[in-house]
Design a protein around this ligand. Structure first.
Ligand code: ADP
Ligand code: MG
Length: 582
């Protein structure tokens, strides 16, 4: 936690001013009973000095102002701290490699950025200063009391210790309940995030009742925890007031006997009663401090774990050539945390300006090969070279800028059509260039039909666009991005044949003069590739042109004859849900 705070650098000036202000307010709190004692004693003697009234008023006022200031400053530092921690985390999250996102749920990470940062800031500002001033008030009060009267002090302390003996176990239990409530709420959040983002799946499989039941169980559990908390809290409040009242009574009874035998003044007794609150309040604060400490400890362990993750490297060489050969040399790969190899010593050569195709049944590692080119993952063994240099040595951003990746389902980011076409492009393109790119991608017609054209807001995940339209927006983006290496991962697989034809035309013009790497199911796409690689369970079982493979690779030949003999089968093999998205 300490390291985290040092990273977030809360303002030292503000924090120490807040601490100073809270010291002033502590001094006021400590002085108040003593000054009251003086006033009461003067009243008892019938000779009130106006200066003691003025002093009391000034001390009360100054204490109040100081405490208000300190509260404000603390909140400010707190908000600054939350903002700094969140920025730090988001920055980190964006730098983490793709692999780290395979391992942890998105909902959990969101909760880190939102809740955990809050807990830490709460502890580091408000709770820390509360603890400091609470301890000072406690120690100060007891010292002053000792000076006033030893026996009465011991009576007060005895009462309070007794009262806390009763209250503390309850408070500890309450803390435990609060922690489990927090955990369960986070879990419910995770379930909800999942269900809502996959609402189409839920509805398509009429799984609403199942999902309702699943969240109902969590909701019930949280409710039950809440009711337990309510029971204990209901008892705790009155218990604390009862204990305090009892303590005051004991002090009153013992104290008034002392007043009547003349060993203390009535003012001293008044001061004692007031100090009971001074001692009790910090002790109550201490219990909330312990609760917050526990929360923040958990939060900082989780955040620290995240911050320790290795980032994608930022440095590296510039990519010199724009028309190098991309080459896989004996590349093996297994996903991090998995034993089994997905790719086994594969060798691939992608010549500049040519089109290569990867074919093979689903699950044979085609997308994995493409992920390695994008450097989402690094090969476990072997090397990937571009223009003779390992691609791992290039500056990551510079390398990725060379690549255009069009996947099966083109993702849409929140924003307008224009934002989406310009997504990730560093230059500012004028509208006529955007329109031209849209035209080449076959997207202009439907964009112009949209209510606000380029300014139409696209809903989350592009639900107000068809699959083919999203794909054409992705292609328009590629025309502007102008990559050297173009990767098409089943880019037309989820489209109906009419849309597929249009998208294919757009893609053909996009592929002109680039190094193209194409993954496709349809042989019509593959046949014209300069070189075809056949991937079989992570191994290259054959490569060459279509005609070469037809004669050398029986599996390929079988596939070809099947697809050309029964063109209808192809359509049936399309997954129904994806066709629906188009
Ligand atoms: P293809 O694109 O040819 O259908 P993939 O490259 O997507 O195949 O997958 C190849 C294998 O790697 C599959 O067995 C799949 O289960 C596994 N795999 C894919 N992505 C991941 C991942 N992120 N983590 C672990 N295993 C994965
Ligand atoms: Mg794939």
């Amino acid at each position: 936690m300490w390291r985290l705070l040092r990273l977030a650098k809360p303002s030292g000036v503000l924090l120490s001013t807040a601490a100073a202000m809270s010291l002033v307010s502590v001094a006021g709190t400590l002085a108040f009973p003593v000054l009251t004692k003086q006033l009461v004693d003067e009243l008892a003697k019938g000779a009130v000095d106006t200066s003691s009234i003025t002093l009391l008023a000034v001390v009360m006022l100054a204490g109040a102002v100081a405490s208000a200031l300190s509260a404000y400053l603390l909140s400010r530092v707190g908000y600054d701290l939350i903002a700094a921690l969140r920025t730090l985390l988001i920055d980190k999250l964006l730098r983490l490699p793709v692999a780290s996102f395979d391992q942890e749920s998105t909902g959990e990470r969101v909760s880190r950025v939102l809740n955990d940062c809050q807990s830490i800031s709460e502890l580091a500002t408000r709770q820390a200063i509360n603890l400091l001033s609470g301890v000072l008030v406690l120690v100060g009060s007891i010292t002053v009391l000792m000076f006033l009267d030893t026996w009465l002090t011991l009576t007060v302390l005895g009462c309070i210790v007794l009262a806390f003996g009763v209250v503390l176990p309850l408070v500890a239990f309450l803390e435990k309940l609060a922690l489990s409530t927090q955990d369960r709420t986070a879990k419910l959040g995770g379930i909800l995030t999942h269900v809502l983002s996959e609402i189409r799946l839920v509805k398509a499989f009429t799984a609403e009742s199942r999902e309702r039941e699943r969240s109902r169980l969590e909701i019930q559990d949280i409710r039950n925890l809440g009711i337990q908390v309510a029971k204990i809290s209901a008892v705790l409040g009155p218990l604390i007031s009862l204990s305090l009242t009892a303590a005051i009574l004991v002090v009153l009874i013992y104290g008034s006997s002392r007043v009547s035998n003349g060993s203390i003044s009535i003012g001293t007794l008044t001061a004692f009663i007031l100090y009971i609150f001074n001692v009790a309040v910090p002790l109550i604060q201490l219990t909330t401090f312990l609760e917050e400490l526990q929360k923040a400890r958990g939060a900082s362990t989780r955040i620290a774990g995240l911050l320790q993750g290795t980032e994608e490297s930022t440095g590296g060489e510039a990519v010199a050539s724009s028309h190098g050969t991309l080459e896989f040399r004996n590349v093996s790969f297994s996903y991090p945390g998995r034993e089994s190899k997905v790719l086994h010593e594969i060798n691939l050569v992608f010549q500049p300006g040519t089109t290569s195709a990867l074919v093979g049944a689903s699950g044979n590692g085609k997308t994995t090969v493409l992920s390695l080119i994008e450097r989402f993952y690094a090969p476990t063994d072997g090397s990937i070279l571009y223009d003779g240099k390992s691609i791992g040595d290039f500056a990551l951003a510079a390398w990725r800028e060379r690549i255009g990746y069009v996947a099966q389902s083109a993702p849409i980011m929140p924003g307008t059509v224009r934002d989406n076409i310009l997504y990730g492009l560093s230059d500012d393109f004028p509208d006529d260039m955007v329109n031209m790119a849209a035209e080449k991608a076959g997207a202009l017609a439907f964009i112009e039909q949209m209510p606000q054209g380029l300014d139409t807001i696209l809903s989350e995940q592009g639900a107000n666009l068809s699959g083919g339209q999203r794909q054409r927006i992705a292609i328009a983006r590629m025309f502007l991005r102008n990559p050297d290496i173009l990767i098409l991962d089943e880019a037309t697989s989820s489209l109906d044949s009419e849309t597929e034809h249009q998208v294919k035309l757009a893609l053909e013009s996009l592929m002109q003069g680039r190094t193209n790497i194409v993954v496709a199911h349809r042989l019509s796409t593959v046949i014209h590739a300069d070189r075809i690689y056949f991937l079989d369970r992570g191994r290259i079982s054959g490569s060459g042109s279509h005609d070469e493979l037809l004669t050398t690779h029986s599996h390929y030949a079988r596939l070809v004859s099947r697809q050309f003999r029964e063109p209808v089968r192809e359509a049936v093999e399309e997954p129904l849900l994806e066709a629906d998205a188009g």
